[in-house]
Design a protein around this ligand. Structure first.
Ligand code: PLP
Length: 605
């Protein structure tokens, strides 16, 4: 591809992305494909010869898009938002275009320096204590990692190294690996599974402690655990507290946990993957109290700050503690600018993309006020959804709206809730996921789309209500809801009906086609003075001079018989629809009488 083609296709690609975003509502939020669908559509091997752009793009639309879950879709309410915005897409495009790798200051000075600047900008916007920022009076600073999991792992490794180094200083004869076997970390049982994974990789013991009824890990619980462990000869070295848990966006109490960590010389990492970004709004900073006790803190701008994956920002109060755990210094990476930050010592990989560009584009394009407005709007919409849940007594709110997340369940068994969620997701009308709280299955509803609106929330709630009627086997109270269910059912039935004529009519049509051809051919043969008692099988072997006749007959057949077949098809569809409607009416009558006799919600699944 030369630069002219690049410009042309680049423009087309930008158009394609913008049209995709504008027309998301035309697509089903969740793909209706089965595992292995793409293998059937794409060749086994890469093409030997170059293919043209149009063919590639056609496959994108025809083969790839049908298997995509549309995370930016207004009906996407699963997980957390996957931050995205036009400025961030363009910033990322520029990063790809420049294609530089900024592992050290010398490898591309602007990569390092812009990252230093934007992490400070963002840190200040969050009101992070100065100790976390790059500055003359600070030992701290920030770095962009790929994911929250990576931030948590890196903090585990840094804490492990720090504790072992410190213990070895106190007792130089101590065995490093014996010490390692005693190190113990703590987190809430509601912490993201990346904490468990990090402990696995770091090969250290992790205790998952029970949060209180508000799903908040309290200082007293951590204290008790640490005391028990110390009494058993173990060495507490790390606590991971979460601000904004994945299941229900609850907040551990870092104001209580922080002082304990300080007293015990334990690394406190605060994972604010989702909720961390909300602290740009002063009124949402309550749970941030105590952040000055933390050794490290991370948030994903690629969740709640309109910046596309990957862009997890991690701050530490002591750069040295982090870099000493990662520092290796081969000669080919050394340079003479020792005063500069070398991000290769701040993480696991050496090579790194110019990720600060997209965050810089976002911060500049929206400004802090624009981002605050975005966060506040998601909070408002979550409250709106919460109100809907509260007003329907068949549902239970399992946690209050927290930022853009609400969790709820239908009163009843886990199986019932699983059925509700599965049927909604399968319909492609909404996408949500489940989680567990207090040993019960809950459904998470998260506001995700950048420009989510009241209508989107109302639509989601109506859909949930409709499907709840289906799984409960109840009749909706309002006429509107009844109509929507009916529409839904009719659509399903029509689909069934559309398949039906093909199953039943196709063999019939083949018979008719054959019989009428035989009949017409016989007529022709009579006209030609041939024997009228020709066996139908012999029609296949029409003498050569009659081939033309046969073709003519086939044409006539198509003119005459085809409209007839269409009529038959339509008649049989009508017939079937009528039968289905009768069936439905009688089902409704039966359900109605069940309702009036007092049993309101009979689970049918
Ligand atoms: N921490 C929390 C609280 C999360 O909610 C998540 C993901 O949703 C993670 C960590 C893991 O994030 P990542 O995918 O960036 O590793």
């Amino acid at each position: 591809m030369d630069s002219k083609n690049f410009k042309d296709h680049g423009r087309e690609m930008v158009d394609y992305i913008a049209d995709y975003q504008d027309n998301l509502l035309d697509r089903s939020v969740f793909p209706k494909v089965q595992p292995g669908y793409l293998k059937k559509l794409l060749p086994e091997d890469a093409p030997h010869k170059p293919e043209n752009w149009e063919d590639i793009m056609k496959d994108v639309e025809d083969k790839i898009l049908p298997g995509v879950t549309h995370w930016q879709h207004p009906r996407f309410h699963a997980y957390f938002p996957s931050g995205n915005s036009y400025p961030s897409i363009l910033g990322d495009m520029l990063s790809s275009g420049l294609g530089c790798i900024g592992f050290s200051w010398a490898s591309s000075p602007a990569c390092t320096e812009l990252e230093n600047i934007v992490v400070n900008w963002l840190g200040k916007a969050l009101n992070l204590p100065e100790g976390f920022l790059f500055g003359e009076n600070s030992k701290g600073g920030g770095v962009i990692q790929s994911s929250a999991s990576e931030c948590v792992l890196v903090s585990f490794l840094a804490a492990r190294e720090k504790k072992i180094t410190q213990l070895m200083k106190e007792d130089p004869d101590a065995d490093r690996y014996t010490l390692l076997s005693k190190l113990t970390a703590y987190c809430s049982s509601q912490a993201h599974s990346c904490a468990e994974k990090a402990a696995k990789i770091a090969f250290v013991r992790l205790r998952q402690l029970e949060p209180d009824s508000e799903v908040c890990l309290r200082g007293s619980v951590v204290q008790k655990a640490m005391e028990e462990d110390k009494a058993n000869g173990l060495i507490p070295f790390y606590v991971e507290a979460t601000l904004g848990t994945t299941s229900c966006c609850s907040f551990d109490n870092i104001a209580e946990i922080g002082p304990l960590c300080q007293e015990n010389d334990v690394w406190l990492h605060v994972d604010g993957a989702y909720a961390g970004s909300s602290f740009i709004c002063p009124e949402l900073r309550g749970p941030f109290e105590g952040i000055h006790y933390a050794s490290s803190f991370n948030l994903n701008t690629n969740k709640f700050l309109l910046t596309n994956f990957d862009c997890s920002v991690m701050w530490v109060q002591d750069q040295f503690s982090l870099t000493q755990s990662m520092n290796v210094d081969p000669i080919y990476l050394q340079h003479s600018y020792s005063e500069a930050v070398d991000y290769r010592h701040w993480g696991i990989n050496l090579s790194r993309r110019f990720r600060s560009l997209k965050l810089w584009f976002v911060l500049r394009s929206y400004g802090i006020t624009g981002l605050q407005q975005y966060v506040r709007e998601h909070c408002r919409l979550a409250k709106l959804f919460e109100e809907h849940v509260k007003q329907d007594t068949r549902f239970e709110l399992t946690s209050k709206a927290a930022l853009g997340l609400v969790t709820f369940r239908l009163n009843g068994s886990d199986e019932l809730n699983e059925n509700l969620l599965t049927s909604i997701n399968d319909s492609g009308r909404l996408h949500m996921i489940k989680s567990k709280m207090n040993n019960q299955l809950i459904i998470r509803f998260c506001i995700c789309a950048e420009n989510a609106s009241d209508d989107d929330v109302d639509y989601a709630w109506e859909t949930i209500q409709e499907f709840s009627h289906i799984v409960l086997g109840t009749v909706p109270e309002t006429k509107d809801a009844q109509d929507t269910i009916q529409e839904e059912e009719t659509l399903e039935e029509e689909e069934e009906v559309n398949n039906f004529p093909d199953d039943v009519l196709t063999p019939l049509i083949t018979l008719i086609r054959r019989a009428s051809m035989e009949q017409m051919l016989l007529g022709r043969q009579n006209q030609h003075g041939l024997n009228t008692t020709v066996a139908p099988e012999s029609i296949k072997e029409v003498p050569e001079d009659q081939e033309e006749d046969k073709e003519e007959i086939v044409d006539v057949f198509d003119d005459v018989i085809s409209p007839l077949i269409t009529l038959m098809r339509r008649a049989s569809q009508d017939q079937l629809l009528m039968m289905q409607q009768k069936k439905r009416q009688s089902l409704r009558r039966r359900r109605g009488s069940r309702l009036s006799s007092g049993s309101v919600s009979v689970p049918v699944c």
